[in-house]
Write a new protein. Sequence first.
Length: 497
Amino acid sequence: MQNLLTASQMREADAYTIAHEPIASIDLMERAAHAFIERSLALSLIKKDQSILICCGAGNNGGDGLAIARQLYEEGFSALHIWIIHYNERQSADFKTNLARIETLPISIQSFAQEDELPMIEQSLIIDAMLGSGLNKPLSGSWLKVVQHLNQAKKKVIAVDIPTGMPADGHLMRSMTALFAHEVISFQRPKINFLFPESAYFMKRFHVVDIGLNEDFIARQASDFYEITSNDARAIYKERRPFSHKGTYGHSLLIAGSEDTMGAALLCAEACLYTGSGLTSACIPKTGLTALNTRLPEVMAISREALFHQPLKQYTAMAVGPGLGKSQEISELMKRLLAKPAMPMVIDADALNVLAENQQLFDRLPPDSILTPHMKEFDRLFGEHSYWYDRVVKAREEAQQRKLIIVLKNQYTFIALPNGRILVNFTGNPAMASGGMGDALTGMLVALLAQGYRAEEAAILGCYLHGKSGDLLAETGMAVVPANVLIQNISKVMGNI
Ligand SMILES: NC(=O)C1=CN([C@@H]2O[C@H](COP(=O)(O)OP(=O)(O)OC[C@H]3O[C@@H](n4cnc5c(N)ncnc54)[C@H](OP(=O)(O)O)[C@@H]3O)[C@@H](O)[C@H]2O)[C@@H](O)CC1
Ligand SMILES: Nc1ncnc2c1ncn2[C@@H]1O[C@H](COP(=O)(O)OP(=O)(O)O)[C@@H](O)[C@H]1O
Ligand SMILES: [K+]
């Protein structure tokens, strides 16, 4: 698990590294510039014959920009042009050093003071090194004008560390003006605000480069946010054991589907199978029986009527919600299920809506139950939110107070734990943005619970594998990954973990 830092913690990490390691601040900047160029070249974001405008402020972000320009020149880039935006009086020491280092080179530099007219931009690419994590207020005055001018030029932009004008943490408002960056190359850790959907107003993609800040110091910083890494998933995952049999891997009960949305139940059940549940039973409406038997012969069916005429004890874990629909009958069913809940549970989709309308049912959920709302379901449960940041903070509060695990789904899924931590899943991609993906996740989570993974482990591993399966398929060239295709890839992803 890697903790994510705020901008001010990042500055402390910067200062600590300089104080405790044999590296001077100016050399750290040199390293950051080198890492920026190396990654840009590796991703083919820049080419030697390209004309590039490097826009620099006069702080350390601007210092990075000057070091990048000089190193590009040394790499053989020849069509470089620099703007220095001199709207602030103060210049950082490392900016000054880098300015002295570049002034002797044959690179054209233009300086702009407030009120100076800005020229047309002829270059095809802009490197944005005006303001970085030192941003301490929204842009205004001349800063606002320069950013608007650059945005209007509609050129490709690569931002150094963070787009100029975008705050690294805290509220992200659509009304804020920032330089829109197509690519961001960020130092050491992603900025927390990159993970919220509102970041799409300011940037398209980000890449993180290691610049060798002291990791021991970083790990000691208190943080609300932790990135789930492949190592975490690997550490949780357990291989199937010798002499094991279907009884070893638990019995999942899915309560899902209605006449019109039987597909949700099928996807959920299929994901449960492919994630390794020993046995899977699906409680579905009668009208779905033929579909279930035809498509998933491994899965056993129980009718809604029969559900409470048999011991629920035979099941190891339960998922309820996908495709259930809204009706009084479903509401009653949830109430009966939660009268004596005795097994780990995943609550999704329509079951979440029942909870939203019957908040007293919350108290009956077994501790560590996993709730998997998307944004709208979340707001129905816990109130409307205007900002993702607030929504995630609310998820943390609710998870802590109610001792539940809340999996708030999005491109970056936030897993809020009862201990107050928020884990962020980085796997997954927009090729997965189509119906049924959440049903698949629910099936995966219940399968992991049935196999004996603790709820926290199931949430981490389930979200990681779900996104990873989608990522590996997207890497094969699939622009869209339908849920059933993702599901059929899960067991391979597990095998290769
Ligand atoms: N790990 C690290 O930390 C490393 C950091 N590195 C690099 O340093 C960058 C951070 O540099 P930085 O701290 O010098 O601040 P930067 O973003 O250049 O801003 C300059 C000044 O602008 C001002 N200002 C702020 N907001 C403003 C506004 N809205 N409108 C007008 N002015 C505004 C504010 O000055 P003030 O207002 O306080 O006078 C601020 O100090 C970081 O992003 C990365 O690129 C790497 O080199 C190596 C490792
Ligand atoms: N752009 C994306 N990047 C990564 N994951 C995504 C993206 N879009 C959707 N997903 C994932 O797909 C799932 C969608 O869940 P949900 O909205 O409940 O779908 P459904 O109700 O259709 O089953 C979530 O797990 C989410 O993380
Ligand atoms: K920047």
